[in-house]
Design a protein around this ligand. Sequence first.
Ligand code: ADP
Length: 447
Amino acid sequence: MNIWKAYTNKINKNCVGSGTVKDMNYWRNNLFTWTIIYLLPFCLIALIPGIYFSLVTHHYVLAIIDVLTVSAILLIAFVPGISLLVRKIIFFSFTIILSCTLLLYLGLPGPGLLYLLAACTFGILIFPTAYTFWPAWIITFICILFGVALYFDVIVLPRQELAPASEWVAVSSNLVFIGFLLAALIPRLFKGLQETLNKENELKEVLRKQQDELQQALNLVQQKNHELEQFAYVASHDLQEPLRMITSFMGMLKNKYGDQLDEKAHTYINFAVDGGKRMQNMISDLLELSRTGRGDSIKEMVALGDIFNETRHNILKLIEENKASIIVETVLPVLPLYRGDMGRLFQNLLRNAIKFRRKDNDPVIRISCTEQYDNWLISVADNGIGIEKDKFEKIFEIFSRLHAQDTYQGSGIGLAVCKKVVEQHGGTIWVTSEEGKGSTFYFTIQK
Ligand code: ADP
């Protein structure tokens, strides 16, 4: 196998042509190289019976031409420093010479004709497109030459009685016809292939450009997104301190000077403290949003059941105060997850399911999980107040709330966090709900 590889490499190196893979001349050169690669062992083998036949029939010229042709092919294959066109011309000339010798020594309707056709076909295949008709003209010229020589008895052929000049016209005109037919057809095939290749390359180029543009746009979006997250993180982090000062000094004002203030002043201070607290909640929710998916955590195989239990433990007080029951209806799977973020997702959904409860019943929350083709589908269903149908998408937007603060408190960030977490896990989140009956939040997680 290695000898074959070394052999093909050597010939490929010597017969190297110009052009790229996109170019049809490249394929013509390639075809020529591989013709030489395959032809060489065959003609070495064919040389043995050829020489034997020549010696037995005393056609020594045939043996000499045979040996010369094989030597020419060896030269084309192994001698470096010769241009590819010269190699092609040598190859074509020797096949023509061999054809003529065979015509002369073995008679006109013999193997010489086949060789002439083969020479013409090789010529059409290997020479550049501009020269396609040359091989056909050359064999036409040879046919005419033989016809004239026969007619004027310039040559006397063995078994000439089998092919008088008149028959030669019939035989050779067929050869010429086939030669021209091939000269017209083969380039058509090449042209078709070239056009297909060009189209494919153009499409590839367009695709590559579009991919580049898309990648650039993606990089820009990612960069902006990162900057925005960084901004939200820094802003919310730095806002906390002055806010804490305001609320604590308000508290001190109330404690120290409370007895000197009238009722209106007390109301104002309460408003200010209340607003401060709300703002503190909003800031901590914003911080939570900007922390989600910051990329400093790694995915690990975690039992979703464990995350759920931890979450339930974290909000136990809220559950007990509201007499909420949480029912896990199916076994929860083990999945590759960002542990902290998945905890936030569960916590926000459970908190909402309890917060948006109906006054006339205790909250019942059902959690279940179904395996799909390449996802897990998880649902969290409650028996709360429900959501209007036209708000199903809006509630996942940041700061989007459906109720006044004095009815249900909140920042409108919880579900935006959920959405971010789910998308980070390659999934989607949505809700179905019936007003006054309850809501079911669904999300998928890629397996
Ligand atoms: P917040 O809870 O702080 O208001 P969220 O982003 O968590 O913000 O929720 C956005 C809005 O979606 C809520 O204000 C509420 O109107 C609605 N919502 C969320 N969960 C539920 C639920 N389980 N039942 C009814 N409404 C809900």
